[in-house]
Design a protein around this ligand. Structure first.
Ligand SMILES: NC(=O)c1ccc[n+]([C@@H]2O[C@H](COP(=O)([O-])OP(=O)(O)OC[C@H]3O[C@@H](n4cnc5c(N)ncnc54)[C@H](O)[C@@H]3O)[C@@H](O)[C@H]2O)c1
Ligand SMILES: [Zn+2]
Length: 191
């Protein structure tokens, strides 16, 4: 079985590459070596058994070449962090992900599974239990609240008490920033 790890030179991708190799997969990486992530160029700890392609997930030819004879795609390539070039975020993350599916469908590739990274940031501040309303997903803190230096999230009533909960399924998304929108788009593309 061959796996393609897009963004395989990055933080999460590189760990996945090691694990896939350990599990006996043949591993290919497609990574543009984005200079903000790799200011010194290609990391020298990419395992020798990896078929490494330097290229962009938005480049149709590079992506199609990387998909050749691949059974599983682990899609970790992403443009992220809080940078002001918003259109590049969407181009790499949303268009790149769409192109992946487009090529698989159009070229009738034998890919059986695509694994896409998301982010807990799509859930905004997360889930809390309110002493009055039960389970709630609080809105982002207001400018007024922040200017008063009140950092804790609040429920509808200022006097109710919120406690954080971790292990409950969150059903609502709260889009608050561009990385968050990207992650949600990637999830939605999965259908
Ligand atoms: N690190 C975290 O804590 C975390 C948490 C939740 C979700 N995620 C998600 O996991 C994924 C991977 O995150 P990471 O932390 O490994 O990021 P990273 O920045 O370390 O790695 C991303 C890799 O993608 C490559 N890349 C960027 N643009 C590309 C392009 N156009 N074409 C090909 N490759 C490109 C970069 O060179 C880099 O090697 C992202 O989708 C991220 O949102 C990360
Ligand atoms: Zn409440």
């Amino acid at each position: 079985m061959r796996v393609l790890v897009t963004g395989g030179a990055g933080f999460i991708g590189s760990h996945l590459v090691s694990r896939f190799l350990e599990e006996g997969f043949r591993v290919r990486v497609l990574d543009s070596l984005e200079p903000k992530v790799h200011p010194y160029g290609r990391p020298n700890d990419i395992p020798s058994g990896v078929d490494f392609i330097q290229g962009e997930v938005t480049d149709r030819r590079a992506l199609l070449a990387a998909l050749h004879d691949v059974d599983i795609v682990s899609h970790q390539a992403a443009y992220q962090d809080y940078m002001p070039d918003f259109s590049r975020f969407l181009h790499v993350n949303a268009v790149g992900t769409s192109l992946l599916y487009e090529l698989i469908v159009r070229e009738k590739l034998k890919v059986k599974k695509v694994i896409v990274a998301s982010s807990q940031s799509v859930y905004g501040e997360g889930q809390y239990v309110c002493s009055v309303h039960g389970f709630v997903q609080p809105a982002p803190r207001s400018q007024e609240q922040l200017s008063l230096g009140q950092w804790e999230v609040r429920c509808l009533s200022v006097t109710s008490r919120l406690s954080r909960v971790c292990c409950r399924r969150i059903t609502q998304t709260r889009i608050t920033n561009t990385p968050c929108l990207n992650s949600l788009l990637r999830k939605l593309l999965l259908g």
